[in-house]
Design a protein around this ligand. Structure first.
Ligand code: FE
Length: 280
């Protein structure tokens, strides 16, 4: 057993995407460009409808998976495979874009609080040409562990008897959403070789055994490799713990496309311009 320690604490950056939706980006920034296999992490949300009402109109993706976890609010989703649905508070949409998908993500709410996360997971070269797949997971289908100290929602991986609905995945992901009461501890095992991080939404944490800088809201906490995670809450805290097996391939980014080479990015742009992008 090797204890997981903090590698670096990064403050999420304010950004906007889509038609101007305000968000906080933590992975996919100069300080945390690519935490293999994770390409991007956005916390989107606001109490002010003007910050989200324009949504994410029709746009393409290729070569990645996007995992959207809605904590508060309602969004409508439509894509080029014909899939269409409403995401409500607690739901997860796990989209494997493979060769290509064109979709829109628009608010189905006119006011109120919006809060959610979008994580991008890279796909290995051999899967970037796959047909797109779209998994829609209702909040009640997530694994859940509850005791007097914490609530752990399991989107992927396993915590005690709670298991996530996304199984047999090539990067063996762990994706937990944890609410930890003040002064309590959360611990779990992590496969050796996985890269991992914590995103602290609210609260203050002490991680591992070594001293580290104070953590605050909207911190991305990159972790050293190890097999045993131990987290203590100095205050009541809400966090995501995410881990995955690195893919170890070169990446080329082109906005919504992530491939292995620049030439493949140019090909994706041409396919999109020619109207052959989402034909399978
Ligand atoms: Fe998208």
């Amino acid at each position: 057993m090797s204890q997981i320690e903090v590698k670096k604490i990064v403050r999420a950056l304010s950004a906007s995407d889509g038609a101007g939706v305000k968000l906080k980006r933590s992975i996919g920034t100069p300080e945390a460009d690519y935490i293999d296999p994770f390409l991007m992490l956005d916390e989107f949300g606001s109490e002010n409808k003007d910050d989200y009402v324009a949504g994410f109109p029709s746009h393409p993706h290729r070569g990645i998976e996007t995992v959207t976890y809605m904590l508060n609010g309602e969004f409508e989703h439509q894509d080029s495979t014909g899939a269409k649905g409403i995401m409500s508070s607690g739901d997860v949409q796990w989209m494997k874009t493979g060769r290509g998908i064109i979709h829109s993500e628009m608010p189905a709410m006119k006011e109120g609080k919006l809060l959610g996360f979008q994580l991008w997971i890279n796909m290995p070269a051999k899967m970037k040409k796959n047909k797109p797949e779209y998994l829609y997971i209702k909040g009640k289908e997530l694994g859940e562990h509850k005791d007097s100290e914490k609530i752990v929602k399991v989107i992927a991986g396993k915590y005690k008897k709670a298991e996530g609905p996304e199984k047999n995945h090539n990067v063996e992901p762990i994706y937990f959403h944890i609410v930890l009461n003040e002064g309590k501890e959360f611990s779990c095992d992590v496969p050796a070789g996985h890269n991992s991080f914590i995103y602290l939404l609210k609260g203050e944490l002490k991680i591992g055994e070594k001293k580290h800088d104070k953590t605050v809201d909207s911190n991305l906490i990159l972790l050293e490799r190890g097999t045993s995670l131990k987290v203590k809450s100095n205050k009541k805290s809400e966090l995501l713990f995410i881990a995955g097996k690195p893919i170890g391939e070169p990446i080329a980014r082109g906005g919504p496309f992530v491939m292995n080479t620049k030439a493949e990015i140019l090909e994706a742009i041409q396919d999109y311009n020619n109207g052959t992008f989402a034909k399978y």
